[in-house]
Write a protein that binds this ligand. Structure first.
Ligand code: PLP
Length: 364
């Protein structure tokens, strides 16, 4: 079976050496030396400041909402977000007592359409939570203007945007905070894990307490907190994966380009700004009709290849999120989109098979 993605497994001997160190120190968690080293190396690699490692990408979102005062308040606030994303973007808001209000996406970039954000602002709106979906850049300048005009916080869900650069700078610098997921299936991973990149140092400092039960230093409990710390085993995995990013990215870029060359004439690809330096994390394609996409899924499945309907369904139709309003563009894209297998170990032969099965299906 060829999966849609496969976790990147770094050099085993190197990982063993890190684990030997963990055994020698007997320091397994609570901001250990490997977590500190990973924090510093990620800041350098990504070209950002104020990065906080956390236990996973969902907690990264929840802690960011708390640290920025969007959740944990007396009133029930609203946040404007996209329906075309993984459920965690919206469910983490709801879980934090913030109502996710969906605005529709742009038909070409599949990110939140800034024009629709402003229309969704109400007196209860406290934040905008856009997603750099599949690693594409949101309209960061327009979103920044809307946020300033209405005094809203902006938290980007950057779970797909590891290493992406926009206009010569890290895309992850935008907004009051950007969150990352380091789940095993993501481009860069720590088995499970995540991070928050804050614009302001004081927000980072508050979040540091929040991920450790609200404890400051060693004893004072200054905030309401939870446990959202990254442990040393996770950090060891991250350090090993980070060492091998260059080869990983090169292999993915080759897979991505071969797909694009073979399929861009017949299928709709995500439109990206010219100034985007992409990370080749995903290869999503949109078919002309839903039935066509479903036929391709079935044919690939019969041949032991798993293409994922990702993201489907559009989140306004998920009942536990209580959305009221249809989002036609997102709904339409979600019905017709598939993510094709893309990962480091995918061979050229396997990829050729995927391409030819799709080509055959498109011609009938
Ligand atoms: C993976 C993902 C998350 C959740 O991250 P976890 O580390 O799995 O908790 C959130 N948002 C998006 C867009 C994701 O793809």
């Amino acid at each position: 079976m060829i999966p849609v993605t496969q976790p990147y497994l770094p050099n085993r001997e190197k990982l063993n050496r890190y684990i030997d160190g963990i055994y020698e120190r007997a320091w397994l968690t609570n901001n250990g030396p490997l977590a500190q080293e990973l924090t510093q190396r990620l800041e350098e690699y990504l070209g950002v400041e104020n990065l906080l490692l956390v236990a996973n990408g969902t907690l990264a979102l929840q802690i960011a909402y708390r640290a920025l005062g969007i959740s944990g308040q007396r009133d029930r606030a609203e946040a404007i977000t996209t329906p075309f994303t993984f459920v965690a973007t919206a469910s983490s808001l709801k879980w934090e007592g913030v109502e996710p209000i969906f605005a529709d996406i742009d038909a070409d970039t599949w990110c939140l359409d800034a024009a629709n954000i402003e229309a969704a602002v109400t007196p209860k709106t406290r934040a905008i939570v856009p997603v750099h979906v599949f690693g594409n850049a949101c309209e960061v300048e327009a979103i920044d203007l809307i946020a300033r005009r209405h005094k809203l916080k902006v938290i980007y869900d950057g779970a797909h945007a590891f290493g992406v650069r926009y206009k010569g700078e890290s895309l992850l610098k935008h907004g009051d905070a950007t969150t990352l997921s380091f789940h095993a299936t993501k481009l860069f991973h720590t088995t499970e894990g995540g991070a928050i990149i804050f614009k302001r140092k004081e927000d980072l400092e508050r979040a540091k307490k929040m991920i450790n039960f609200g404890i400051a230093g060693t004893k004072n409990i200054e905030e309401l907190g939870v446990n959202a710390k990254m442990n040393e085993m996770q950090a060891a995995m991250g350090l090993c994966v980070l060492d091998e990013m260059e080869g990983n990215l090169k292999a993915r870029a080759a897979v991505w380009r071969r797909y694009a060359q073979a399929l861009s004439q017949s299928l709709l690809l995500q439109a990206k700004p010219d100034t985007l330096e992409y990370n080749y994390a995903y290869f999503p394609v949109v078919f002309e009709r839903e039935e066509q996409a479903m036929r391709v899924v079935a044919t690939l499945e019969e041949n032991g290849i798993h293409a994922r309907r990702y993201f489907y369904p559009s989140l306004e139709s998920v009942s536990c999120l209580d959305a009221m309003v249809d989002q036609p563009v997102s709904k339409d894209i979600a019905r017709r989109v598939l993510c094709l297998p893309i990962f480091y170990q995918l061979s050229q032969k396997e990829q050729n098979k995927i391409i030819s099965l799709i080509a055959t299906e498109l011609n009938v």
